[in-house]
Design a protein around this ligand. Structure first.
Ligand code: GDP
Length: 495
């Protein structure tokens, strides 16, 4: 719960002297190396050093189950495929053909819907899941967010155009991600095309297809006529069986959000299940939102009872819209989901405000240093003594109802000042003014801004006792006027 300045500096990996300077920048005075800090103060200072404080709220975050070492006893799951290749080489046409065959095969029929992914059942009963957005950005964006959903890349190369810049780029992305490639040589229905040239050109770029001494499968297809499409699907299945994709369909549910949008029946998100079986009534968390699953729908808009690994499914019942690429984890109870979301929100806000504060303090330091240098250069200045240290900082702590208003207040107040005094924001946060805020303000000889929030009477009393001014506002321009008035009170009478 408590840590000394020396020890915290050690944990963060900065010299104690640098640490003390940072604390003084934040408004703490008379800090010594064996000064004892409480957890909240320690966290705030650590955040200034871009250290993410972990607040021990006693709530464990949800975590994914460890991958089992031996998967051989688990049931097989469908492979997840992304289609990549050069523009106009026929990616969309191939996806459209596959999607149509998927809908036609579903016994309910239905209207084709775009939900981010769809599954195709082969005549053998085996299933392949295709991500519905062709191209590299979707693949890269998901990976950037940490979602490694693609098992196999289908590299589409038009037989009449062969390897082009985006083909090479796709090869690079798939190789970097260690995702195996199946080549689809497209537009094979066209007259006078050269599939052999495509194979030769691919070999130049490190993709060695079967007839050319390699082990990469290549299939000639036409998304227009459907020629070769079944063979393409078989090649994907063969690749998947070689990789032996398996997943546990029991236990806590895990997955990824592929897409999220709002439809007539509310907020929905397409999820790709990675583990477990999702059913209506289950409680899931994705990033900083959660859902009690109301209904599950497949890509044909048909309601389904459950979703197993490798199956894309549209989920409704979200409290807020989740973000594409976030991980879905099941929570045992609604309370647990709420607690985890709240804790994650707090953590993001702390991080974000920490970043803002670091940027603002940095800008302030640079400004002060610049003015100091200017003053030093201007040795003729008659007021050199007063100006040598630059304008005088007047410390403020900002507390606001939500992070949006905290940011708005921060941005408006941090800009106030002239060459004699300026508003120096030493901290900004969400939530009502606390005893700690008052203590911090008192130590820093600063003021507190409380924006759009009630203040507890007890807190007002403590502030009065400690001689700390709480500026209570809910209109920005009135607050700005108050800050200006406060700053002018600090002007030396002779200036
Ligand atoms: P994408 O940019 O890779 O998604 O390519 P598209 O699927 O949009 O196709 C680009 C153009 O090629 C369109 O005019 C399609 O009609 C045409 N096209 C795509 N696939 C085939 C095919 O198999 N055969 C023929 N003849 N034309 C095709």
């Amino acid at each position: 719960e408590f840590i000394s300045v020396n020890n915290l500096a050690d944990v963060i990996g900065v010299r104690p002297a640098q640490f003390v300077r940072q604390m003084e920048d934040m408004g703490f005075e008379g800090v010594t190396y064996d000064h004892i800090l409480d957890a909240e103060t320690a966290g705030l200072i650590a955040a200034e050093f871009n250290f993410e404080p972990i607040f021990d709220t006693g709530i464990d975050d949800l975590t994914a189950a460890p991958e089992p070492e031996d998967k051989s006893a688990l049931p097989p799951r469908p492979p997840v495929v992304t289609i990549m290749g050069h523009v106009d080489h026929g990616k969309t046409t191939i996806l459209d053909w596959l999607r149509k065959s998927s809908i036609a095969a579903s016994e309910h029929g239905g209207i084709t819907q775009h939900i981010g992914a769809f599954s195709v059942a082969m005549p053998s009963g085996k299933v392949i899941t295709f991500l519905d957005t062709p191209g590299h950005s979707a693949f890269l964006e998901m990976r950037r967010r940490g979602a490694d959903v693609t098992d196999i890349v289908v590299l589409v190369v038009a037989a009449d155009d062969s390897v082009k810049p985006q083909t090479i780029e796709a090869i690079k992305h798939a190789t970097e991600a260690k995702v195996p490639i199946v080549v689809a040589i497209s537009k094979i229905d066209k007259e006078g095309v050269h599939p052999e040239k495509v194979k030769q050109d691919l070999a130049v770029h490190g993709v060695n297809v079967e007839d050319y001494g390699g082990d990469v499968q290549a299939v000639c297809v036409s998304g227009k006529t459907g020629q070769g499409m079944l063979e393409l699907e078989e090649a994907i299945i063969a690749q998947s069986e070689m990789l032996d994709h398996r997943a546990d369909d029991r236990g806590s549910v895990e997955g990824w959000v592929l897409e999220a949008t709002t439809k007539s029946h509310g907020r929905v998100a397409t999820a790709l299940i990675r583990r477990g079986t999702l059913r209506p009534g289950d409680i899931i968390v994705a990033g900083t939102t959660w859902a009690r699953v109301r209904t599950l729908r497949n890509e044909a808009g048909v309601i389904v009872d459950e979703a197993t690994p490798g199956m894309p499914v549209e989920i409704d019942g979200w409290k807020e819209q989740p973000l594409a690429g976030t991980e879905i984890l099941e929570a045992p109870t609604e309370q647990k989901a709420k607690d985890v979301v709240e804790q994650r929100l707090e953590r993001t806000e702390t991080e974000k405000l920490g970043e803002d504060m670091t940027a603002i303090n940095q800008a302030r330091r640079e400004l002060l240093e610049k003015r100091r240098l200017e003053d030093a250069a201007d040795s003729e200045s008659p007021r050199e003594d007063e100006q040598r240290t630059g304008p005088k900082p007047i410390n403020f702590i900002i507390k606001a109802d939500v992070s949006g208003s905290a940011e708005a207040v921060l941005n408006s107040v941090a800009a106030i000042g002239n060459n004699e005094v300026f508003a120096n924001i030493i901290r900004s946060g969400v939530g009502p003014v606390s005893e700690f805020d008052i203590e911090h303000a008192a130590t820093a000889d600063g003021h507190i801004i409380s924006f759009n929030m009630p203040i507890e009477p007890g807190i007002l009393r403590i502030a009065e006792l400690d001689g700390v001014k709480i500026m209570d506002h809910n209109i920005i321009y009135k607050l700005i006027d108050d800050v200006k008035a406060t700053l002018s009170e600090h002007l030396a009478p002779n200036v």
